[in-house]
Design a protein around this ligand. Structure first.
Ligand code: GLU
Length: 469
Protein backbone atom coordinates (compact mmCIF):
# COMPACT_ATOMS: atom_id res chain seq x y z
CA UNK A 1 0.00 0.00 0.00
CA UNK A 2 1.40 3.38 -0.96
CA UNK A 3 1.33 5.79 1.98
CA UNK A 4 -0.46 9.02 1.09
CA UNK A 5 -0.69 11.90 3.55
CA UNK A 6 -1.90 15.43 3.22
CA UNK A 7 -1.69 18.86 4.81
CA UNK A 8 -5.09 20.49 4.66
CA UNK A 9 -5.05 23.96 6.19
CA UNK A 10 -8.02 26.32 6.10
CA UNK A 11 -6.85 29.72 4.87
CA UNK A 12 -8.53 31.63 7.68
CA UNK A 13 -5.38 32.91 9.40
CA UNK A 14 -1.60 32.85 9.20
CA UNK A 15 0.03 29.46 9.65
CA UNK A 16 1.14 28.98 13.22
CA UNK A 17 3.46 26.52 14.82
CA UNK A 18 0.71 23.90 15.35
CA UNK A 19 -0.24 23.91 11.66
CA UNK A 20 3.35 23.56 10.56
CA UNK A 21 3.92 20.72 12.96
CA UNK A 22 1.04 18.84 11.34
CA UNK A 23 2.50 19.58 7.91
CA UNK A 24 5.96 18.48 8.99
CA UNK A 25 4.83 15.21 10.54
CA UNK A 26 2.61 14.36 7.55
CA UNK A 27 5.42 15.21 5.14
CA UNK A 28 8.07 13.26 7.04
CA UNK A 29 5.81 10.25 7.39
CA UNK A 30 5.21 10.20 3.63
CA UNK A 31 8.91 10.72 2.86
CA UNK A 32 10.02 8.01 5.24
CA UNK A 33 7.70 5.53 3.58
CA UNK A 34 8.38 6.56 -0.02
CA UNK A 35 4.85 7.82 -0.10
CA UNK A 36 3.08 10.89 -1.41
CA UNK A 37 2.35 14.19 0.34
CA UNK A 38 -0.53 16.34 -0.89
CA UNK A 39 -1.30 19.99 -0.20
CA UNK A 40 -5.00 20.78 0.00
CA UNK A 41 -6.51 24.14 0.82
CA UNK A 42 -9.82 23.84 2.68
CA UNK A 43 -11.54 27.05 1.71
CA UNK A 44 -15.24 26.32 1.69
CA UNK A 45 -15.82 28.79 4.52
CA UNK A 46 -15.97 31.64 2.02
CA UNK A 47 -16.50 34.33 4.64
CA UNK A 48 -13.33 33.60 6.55
CA UNK A 49 -11.06 32.25 3.81
CA UNK A 50 -8.70 34.81 2.30
CA UNK A 51 -6.19 34.77 -0.53
CA UNK A 52 -3.49 36.37 1.61
CA UNK A 53 -3.66 33.34 3.87
CA UNK A 54 -3.33 30.96 0.89
CA UNK A 55 -0.25 32.92 -0.11
CA UNK A 56 1.02 32.69 3.44
CA UNK A 57 0.58 28.89 3.46
CA UNK A 58 2.57 28.47 0.27
CA UNK A 59 5.27 30.93 1.22
CA UNK A 60 5.73 29.34 4.64
CA UNK A 61 6.00 25.80 3.29
CA UNK A 62 8.45 26.97 0.65
CA UNK A 63 10.58 28.77 3.22
CA UNK A 64 10.74 25.62 5.32
CA UNK A 65 11.35 23.52 2.20
CA UNK A 66 8.38 21.27 2.93
CA UNK A 67 7.59 20.33 -0.65
CA UNK A 68 4.43 18.64 -1.83
CA UNK A 69 3.98 16.02 -4.53
CA UNK A 70 0.50 17.16 -5.54
CA UNK A 71 -1.56 20.29 -5.18
CA UNK A 72 -2.32 22.81 -3.97
CA UNK A 73 -5.90 21.63 -4.50
CA UNK A 74 -8.63 24.09 -3.62
CA UNK A 75 -11.87 22.71 -2.19
CA UNK A 76 -13.74 25.66 -3.66
CA UNK A 77 -13.12 24.12 -7.10
CA UNK A 78 -14.80 20.83 -6.21
CA UNK A 79 -18.27 21.97 -5.24
CA UNK A 80 -19.96 19.98 -8.03
CA UNK A 81 -18.28 16.78 -6.91
CA UNK A 82 -19.41 17.29 -3.28
CA UNK A 83 -22.94 18.16 -4.31
CA UNK A 84 -23.26 15.13 -6.58
CA UNK A 85 -22.44 12.87 -3.66
CA UNK A 86 -24.84 14.74 -1.38
CA UNK A 87 -27.60 14.21 -3.95
CA UNK A 88 -26.91 10.48 -3.97
CA UNK A 89 -27.01 10.46 -0.17
CA UNK A 90 -30.34 12.30 -0.21
CA UNK A 91 -31.73 9.72 -2.57
CA UNK A 92 -30.62 6.70 -0.59
CA UNK A 93 -31.67 8.07 2.81
CA UNK A 94 -28.20 8.70 4.26
CA UNK A 95 -29.01 12.37 4.36
CA UNK A 96 -32.13 14.49 4.61
CA UNK A 97 -33.26 18.02 4.04
CA UNK A 98 -33.86 20.12 7.11
CA UNK A 99 -36.32 23.02 6.74
CA UNK A 100 -36.19 24.17 10.35
CA UNK A 101 -36.02 27.89 10.88
CA UNK A 102 -33.28 29.42 13.02
CA UNK A 103 -35.76 29.84 15.89
CA UNK A 104 -36.81 26.21 15.75
CA UNK A 105 -33.19 25.07 15.78
CA UNK A 106 -32.47 27.37 18.70
CA UNK A 107 -35.37 25.89 20.66
CA UNK A 108 -34.12 22.41 19.89
CA UNK A 109 -30.61 23.28 21.04
CA UNK A 110 -32.01 24.64 24.27
CA UNK A 111 -33.92 21.40 24.84
CA UNK A 112 -30.77 19.43 24.16
CA UNK A 113 -28.73 21.42 26.63
CA UNK A 114 -31.22 20.65 29.33
CA UNK A 115 -31.45 16.88 28.69
CA UNK A 116 -29.38 14.50 30.73
CA UNK A 117 -26.45 12.40 29.36
CA UNK A 118 -25.90 14.78 26.48
CA UNK A 119 -28.34 12.77 24.34
CA UNK A 120 -29.03 14.62 21.12
CA UNK A 121 -32.57 14.70 19.87
CA UNK A 122 -32.77 15.64 16.25
CA UNK A 123 -35.20 17.93 14.57
CA UNK A 124 -38.54 16.79 13.18
CA UNK A 125 -37.24 16.79 9.59
CA UNK A 126 -35.28 13.59 10.30
CA UNK A 127 -38.42 11.52 10.16
CA UNK A 128 -40.36 13.70 7.83
CA UNK A 129 -40.81 11.63 4.75
CA UNK A 130 -42.81 14.28 2.95
CA UNK A 131 -40.67 16.27 0.60
CA UNK A 132 -41.50 19.92 0.99
CA UNK A 133 -41.18 21.57 -2.34
CA UNK A 134 -41.99 25.13 -1.70
CA UNK A 135 -38.65 26.83 -2.35
CA UNK A 136 -38.02 27.24 1.33
CA UNK A 137 -34.28 27.25 2.10
CA UNK A 138 -33.00 24.03 3.61
CA UNK A 139 -29.81 22.50 4.87
CA UNK A 140 -28.76 18.89 4.30
CA UNK A 141 -28.07 16.82 7.39
CA UNK A 142 -26.44 13.45 7.78
CA UNK A 143 -28.77 10.72 9.03
CA UNK A 144 -26.95 9.09 11.94
CA UNK A 145 -28.32 5.68 12.99
CA UNK A 146 -29.15 5.87 16.69
CA UNK A 147 -28.51 3.39 19.54
CA UNK A 148 -25.18 2.31 18.14
CA UNK A 149 -21.55 3.28 18.69
CA UNK A 150 -18.96 4.67 16.35
CA UNK A 151 -15.34 3.60 16.84
CA UNK A 152 -12.03 4.57 15.34
CA UNK A 153 -8.39 3.98 16.24
CA UNK A 154 -6.16 6.89 17.05
CA UNK A 155 -2.45 6.05 16.74
CA UNK A 156 -1.60 7.90 19.94
CA UNK A 157 -4.67 7.21 22.08
CA UNK A 158 -5.82 3.82 20.85
CA UNK A 159 -9.46 2.87 20.37
CA UNK A 160 -11.91 5.76 20.74
CA UNK A 161 -15.64 5.12 20.90
CA UNK A 162 -18.50 7.61 20.80
CA UNK A 163 -22.17 6.78 21.34
CA UNK A 164 -24.17 7.76 18.28
CA UNK A 165 -26.83 9.17 20.57
CA UNK A 166 -24.51 12.00 21.61
CA UNK A 167 -23.83 13.05 18.04
CA UNK A 168 -26.62 15.04 16.48
CA UNK A 169 -27.42 14.81 12.79
CA UNK A 170 -25.05 17.53 11.64
CA UNK A 171 -25.23 19.73 8.58
CA UNK A 172 -23.26 18.55 5.56
CA UNK A 173 -24.52 21.26 3.22
CA UNK A 174 -25.45 24.76 4.28
CA UNK A 175 -28.60 26.46 3.02
CA UNK A 176 -26.44 28.49 0.60
CA UNK A 177 -25.54 25.24 -1.18
CA UNK A 178 -21.98 25.04 0.14
CA UNK A 179 -20.95 21.76 1.76
CA UNK A 180 -19.41 21.93 5.21
CA UNK A 181 -15.88 21.24 6.41
CA UNK A 182 -16.56 17.76 7.81
CA UNK A 183 -18.10 16.63 4.55
CA UNK A 184 -15.48 18.00 2.16
CA UNK A 185 -12.62 16.56 4.23
CA UNK A 186 -14.06 13.07 3.91
CA UNK A 187 -14.72 13.28 0.19
CA UNK A 188 -11.26 14.67 -0.48
CA UNK A 189 -9.50 12.11 1.68
CA UNK A 190 -11.44 9.47 -0.23
CA UNK A 191 -10.76 10.95 -3.68
CA UNK A 192 -7.08 11.46 -2.89
CA UNK A 193 -6.74 7.96 -1.40
CA UNK A 194 -5.32 9.34 1.82
CA UNK A 195 -4.06 6.48 3.98
CA UNK A 196 -2.94 8.47 7.05
CA UNK A 197 -4.62 11.53 8.48
CA UNK A 198 -2.28 13.37 10.83
CA UNK A 199 -3.80 16.49 12.35
CA UNK A 200 -4.27 18.47 15.55
CA UNK A 201 -6.02 17.12 18.62
CA UNK A 202 -8.71 19.79 18.23
CA UNK A 203 -10.17 17.65 15.44
CA UNK A 204 -10.75 14.61 17.61
CA UNK A 205 -14.44 15.45 18.02
CA UNK A 206 -14.83 15.82 14.27
CA UNK A 207 -13.49 12.36 13.60
CA UNK A 208 -16.59 10.34 14.67
CA UNK A 209 -18.67 12.62 12.46
CA UNK A 210 -16.32 12.06 9.55
CA UNK A 211 -16.30 8.30 10.12
CA UNK A 212 -20.12 8.38 9.96
CA UNK A 213 -19.90 10.02 6.55
CA UNK A 214 -17.25 7.48 5.47
CA UNK A 215 -19.60 4.63 6.43
CA UNK A 216 -22.47 6.28 4.59
CA UNK A 217 -20.51 6.56 1.35
CA UNK A 218 -18.86 3.16 1.88
CA UNK A 219 -15.31 4.51 1.71
CA UNK A 220 -12.43 3.05 3.71
CA UNK A 221 -11.39 4.60 7.02
CA UNK A 222 -7.88 6.06 7.02
CA UNK A 223 -5.51 5.77 9.96
CA UNK A 224 -5.94 8.71 12.34
CA UNK A 225 -3.29 10.45 14.39
CA UNK A 226 -4.35 13.43 16.49
CA UNK A 227 -1.28 15.30 17.61
CA UNK A 228 -1.46 16.82 21.09
CA UNK A 229 -1.86 20.56 21.55
CA UNK A 230 0.89 23.13 21.90
CA UNK A 231 0.59 25.71 24.64
CA UNK A 232 2.55 28.82 25.49
CA UNK A 233 4.43 28.99 28.78
CA UNK A 234 1.28 30.16 30.58
CA UNK A 235 -0.57 27.02 29.45
CA UNK A 236 -2.73 28.82 26.87
CA UNK A 237 -3.34 26.89 23.65
CA UNK A 238 -1.58 28.34 20.62
CA UNK A 239 -4.14 29.17 17.98
CA UNK A 240 -4.64 30.89 14.67
CA UNK A 241 -6.05 33.96 16.33
CA UNK A 242 -2.73 34.56 18.00
CA UNK A 243 -0.80 36.24 15.22
CA UNK A 244 2.46 36.42 17.08
CA UNK A 245 2.88 32.81 16.09
CA UNK A 246 2.78 33.43 12.35
CA UNK A 247 5.69 31.24 11.30
CA UNK A 248 6.89 33.69 8.66
CA UNK A 249 7.57 36.20 11.42
CA UNK A 250 10.44 33.94 12.44
CA UNK A 251 11.92 34.40 9.00
CA UNK A 252 11.65 38.17 9.42
CA UNK A 253 13.27 37.92 12.83
CA UNK A 254 16.31 36.08 11.58
CA UNK A 255 15.62 32.43 12.33
CA UNK A 256 16.97 29.77 10.02
CA UNK A 257 14.36 27.52 8.40
CA UNK A 258 16.07 24.32 9.47
CA UNK A 259 16.33 25.51 13.09
CA UNK A 260 12.57 26.13 13.06
CA UNK A 261 11.92 22.69 11.55
CA UNK A 262 14.18 20.98 14.08
CA UNK A 263 12.44 22.84 16.90
CA UNK A 264 8.96 21.92 15.67
CA UNK A 265 9.94 18.30 15.11
CA UNK A 266 10.83 17.91 18.78
CA UNK A 267 7.72 19.74 19.95
CA UNK A 268 5.65 16.62 20.43
CA UNK A 269 7.98 13.91 19.17
CA UNK A 270 11.18 12.46 20.57
CA UNK A 271 13.93 10.07 19.68
CA UNK A 272 15.69 9.33 22.96
CA UNK A 273 17.56 12.43 24.09
CA UNK A 274 18.54 13.44 20.59
CA UNK A 275 17.98 17.14 19.95
CA UNK A 276 19.75 17.87 16.68
CA UNK A 277 18.35 16.34 13.51
CA UNK A 278 19.59 16.87 9.99
CA UNK A 279 16.96 16.72 7.27
CA UNK A 280 18.10 13.24 6.33
CA UNK A 281 17.83 12.07 9.94
CA UNK A 282 14.36 13.55 10.24
CA UNK A 283 13.19 11.64 7.19
CA UNK A 284 14.85 8.43 8.33
CA UNK A 285 13.93 8.44 12.00
CA UNK A 286 10.47 9.97 12.20
CA UNK A 287 7.70 7.62 13.27
CA UNK A 288 4.21 7.95 14.70
CA UNK A 289 5.04 5.68 17.63
CA UNK A 290 7.15 8.27 19.43
CA UNK A 291 4.59 11.05 19.35
CA UNK A 292 3.78 12.46 22.80
CA UNK A 293 0.40 12.01 24.34
CA UNK A 294 0.69 15.08 26.55
CA UNK A 295 0.70 18.68 25.37
CA UNK A 296 3.92 20.47 24.47
CA UNK A 297 5.06 23.88 25.61
CA UNK A 298 6.44 26.37 23.16
CA UNK A 299 9.51 28.18 24.53
CA UNK A 300 11.48 30.73 22.59
CA UNK A 301 14.55 29.88 24.67
CA UNK A 302 14.92 26.46 23.10
CA UNK A 303 14.23 27.79 19.61
CA UNK A 304 16.98 30.37 20.21
CA UNK A 305 19.34 27.67 21.38
CA UNK A 306 18.76 25.65 18.21
CA UNK A 307 19.00 28.70 15.98
CA UNK A 308 22.31 29.64 17.55
CA UNK A 309 23.52 26.09 17.02
CA UNK A 310 22.67 26.21 13.31
CA UNK A 311 23.99 29.77 12.89
CA UNK A 312 27.34 28.55 14.14
CA UNK A 313 27.30 25.81 11.53
CA UNK A 314 26.81 28.16 8.58
CA UNK A 315 29.67 28.58 6.17
CA UNK A 316 31.02 32.08 5.58
CA UNK A 317 29.32 32.17 2.20
CA UNK A 318 25.93 31.17 3.62
CA UNK A 319 26.18 33.67 6.45
CA UNK A 320 27.13 36.51 4.11
CA UNK A 321 24.26 35.60 1.80
CA UNK A 322 21.76 35.78 4.64
CA UNK A 323 23.16 39.03 6.01
CA UNK A 324 23.34 40.73 2.63
CA UNK A 325 19.68 39.92 2.08
CA UNK A 326 18.89 41.52 5.41
CA UNK A 327 20.76 44.71 4.53
CA UNK A 328 19.27 44.87 1.05
CA UNK A 329 15.80 44.67 2.52
CA UNK A 330 16.57 47.55 4.84
CA UNK A 331 18.19 49.53 2.01
CA UNK A 332 21.46 49.81 3.86
CA UNK A 333 24.59 50.27 1.78
CA UNK A 334 27.46 48.23 3.16
CA UNK A 335 30.11 49.48 0.77
CA UNK A 336 31.23 52.36 2.98
CA UNK A 337 32.36 50.58 6.07
CA UNK A 338 34.34 47.62 7.32
CA UNK A 339 34.07 44.40 5.37
CA UNK A 340 30.97 42.47 6.49
CA UNK A 341 33.06 39.31 6.32
CA UNK A 342 35.35 40.59 9.11
CA UNK A 343 32.55 42.15 11.10
CA UNK A 344 30.11 39.32 11.60
CA UNK A 345 32.82 36.99 12.91
CA UNK A 346 33.31 39.23 15.92
CA UNK A 347 29.62 39.24 16.81
CA UNK A 348 27.88 36.10 15.75
CA UNK A 349 28.88 33.85 18.60
CA UNK A 350 26.94 35.99 21.08
CA UNK A 351 23.82 36.21 18.89
CA UNK A 352 20.75 33.98 18.68
CA UNK A 353 19.41 35.24 15.38
CA UNK A 354 20.47 36.75 12.08
CA UNK A 355 18.67 39.96 12.99
CA UNK A 356 20.70 40.25 16.16
CA UNK A 357 23.87 39.89 14.11
CA UNK A 358 22.75 42.35 11.46
CA UNK A 359 21.59 44.85 14.07
CA UNK A 360 25.09 44.84 15.49
CA UNK A 361 26.70 45.12 12.07
CA UNK A 362 24.39 47.95 11.11
CA UNK A 363 26.17 50.24 13.55
CA UNK A 364 29.05 50.41 11.11
CA UNK A 365 27.03 51.42 8.08
CA UNK A 366 24.53 53.93 9.43
CA UNK A 367 24.51 56.97 11.68
CA UNK A 368 23.33 56.33 15.22
CA UNK A 369 19.79 57.21 16.03
CA UNK A 370 19.92 59.30 19.20
CA UNK A 371 16.40 58.60 20.41
CA UNK A 372 15.51 61.01 23.11
CA UNK A 373 14.96 58.18 25.54
CA UNK A 374 16.03 58.11 29.17
CA UNK A 375 19.29 56.25 28.57
CA UNK A 376 20.43 58.78 25.96
CA UNK A 377 19.44 61.64 28.25
CA UNK A 378 21.39 60.01 31.07
CA UNK A 379 24.62 59.63 29.13
CA UNK A 380 24.57 62.32 26.45
CA UNK A 381 24.17 65.57 28.35
CA UNK A 382 26.07 68.67 29.47
CA UNK A 383 27.68 66.73 32.34
CA UNK A 384 29.16 64.06 30.13
CA UNK A 385 30.02 66.38 27.22
CA UNK A 386 33.47 66.76 28.73
CA UNK A 387 34.10 63.04 28.21
CA UNK A 388 33.42 63.43 24.51
CA UNK A 389 35.60 66.55 24.23
CA UNK A 390 38.52 64.87 25.94
CA UNK A 391 38.06 61.78 23.84
CA UNK A 392 38.08 63.82 20.65
CA UNK A 393 41.18 65.74 21.71
CA UNK A 394 43.09 62.57 22.49
CA UNK A 395 42.08 60.78 19.32
CA UNK A 396 43.41 63.64 17.28
CA UNK A 397 46.85 63.09 18.83
CA UNK A 398 46.85 59.33 18.28
CA UNK A 399 48.87 58.21 15.33
CA UNK A 400 48.20 54.48 15.40
CA UNK A 401 44.60 53.35 15.62
CA UNK A 402 44.95 50.22 17.75
CA UNK A 403 42.96 48.57 20.53
CA UNK A 404 45.89 49.24 22.88
CA UNK A 405 45.87 52.96 22.15
CA UNK A 406 42.08 53.19 22.40
CA UNK A 407 42.27 51.55 25.81
CA UNK A 408 44.97 53.98 26.82
CA UNK A 409 42.81 56.99 25.89
CA UNK A 410 39.80 55.67 27.78
CA UNK A 411 41.91 55.08 30.90
CA UNK A 412 43.47 58.51 30.64
CA UNK A 413 40.01 60.13 30.69
CA UNK A 414 39.02 57.91 33.59
CA UNK A 415 41.91 59.21 35.72
CA UNK A 416 41.55 62.76 34.63
CA UNK A 417 37.84 63.03 35.42
CA UNK A 418 37.85 60.56 38.27
CA UNK A 419 34.77 58.78 36.91
CA UNK A 420 34.03 55.08 36.76
CA UNK A 421 34.73 53.16 33.57
CA UNK A 422 31.08 52.32 32.98
CA UNK A 423 30.13 55.97 32.69
CA UNK A 424 32.89 56.72 30.23
CA UNK A 425 32.35 53.60 28.13
CA UNK A 426 28.58 54.06 28.01
CA UNK A 427 28.84 57.70 26.98
CA UNK A 428 31.22 56.86 24.15
CA UNK A 429 29.18 53.77 23.21
CA UNK A 430 25.94 55.74 22.91
CA UNK A 431 27.68 58.51 21.01
CA UNK A 432 29.10 56.06 18.51
CA UNK A 433 26.26 53.56 18.17
CA UNK A 434 23.08 54.88 19.79
CA UNK A 435 22.76 51.46 21.45
CA UNK A 436 23.11 50.54 25.08
CA UNK A 437 24.19 46.96 24.48
CA UNK A 438 27.06 46.26 22.13
CA UNK A 439 30.21 44.14 22.17
CA UNK A 440 33.16 45.78 24.06
CA UNK A 441 33.54 49.44 23.14
CA UNK A 442 37.26 49.14 22.37
CA UNK A 443 36.43 46.60 19.60
CA UNK A 444 33.65 48.76 18.23
CA UNK A 445 35.90 51.81 18.08
CA UNK A 446 38.72 49.90 16.49
CA UNK A 447 36.48 48.53 13.76
CA UNK A 448 34.78 51.89 13.25
CA UNK A 449 38.11 53.49 12.40
CA UNK A 450 39.50 56.84 13.48
CA UNK A 451 37.76 58.98 10.88
CA UNK A 452 34.26 57.66 11.51
CA UNK A 453 34.77 57.74 15.28
CA UNK A 454 35.65 61.45 15.11
CA UNK A 455 32.60 62.03 12.90
CA UNK A 456 30.22 60.33 15.36
CA UNK A 457 31.69 62.02 18.45
CA UNK A 458 31.29 65.43 16.80
CA UNK A 459 27.69 64.61 15.93
CA UNK A 460 26.99 63.56 19.51
CA UNK A 461 28.43 66.83 20.85
CA UNK A 462 26.22 68.77 18.42
CA UNK A 463 23.21 66.72 19.50
CA UNK A 464 23.84 67.67 23.14
CA UNK A 465 24.26 71.36 22.26
CA UNK A 466 21.15 71.38 20.10
CA UNK A 467 18.94 69.76 22.67
CA UNK A 468 20.30 71.54 25.69
CA UNK A 469 20.46 68.32 27.63
N1 GLU B 1 -8.76 22.35 7.58
C1 GLU B 1 -8.49 21.89 8.90
C2 GLU B 1 -7.73 22.95 9.68
O1 GLU B 1 -7.16 23.84 9.13
C3 GLU B 1 -7.70 20.61 8.93
C4 GLU B 1 -8.50 19.46 8.55
C5 GLU B 1 -7.81 18.13 8.63
O2 GLU B 1 -6.58 18.08 8.70
O3 GLU B 1 -8.53 17.15 8.57
O4 GLU B 1 -7.70 22.86 10.89
Amino acid sequence: MKIITRFAPSPTGYLHIGNIRTALYSWLFAKKNNGKFILRIENTDFKRSKNIFIKNIIETLKWLKIDWDEGPYLQSKKLDRYNNIINVMLNNGNAYKCYCSKEELKKNKFKQNTTKNNIKNNCKCRNNKIIINNNRPYTVKLYIPKNKNITFIDTIRGKITFKNNVIEDFIIRRSNGIPTYNFCVVIDDWDMKITHVIRGEEHINNTPKQVHIIHAIKASVPSYTHVSVITDTSGKKISKRNNTFNILSYKENGYLPHAVLNYILRLGWSYGNKEIFSLEEMKKLFNLKNLNKSSSIFTIKKLNWLNKYYLNKLSEKEMLNYLKKFFNKKNINIDNGPKLKNLYKIFYKRCNTLSEISNLCVIFYTDPNYNKNSIIKKYLNSDTKIILYLFLENINYTKTWSIKNIDFILKKILFKLNLNFKKIAMTVRLAITGFENTPPIRNILYLMGKKKTIYHIKNAINFIKLNNF
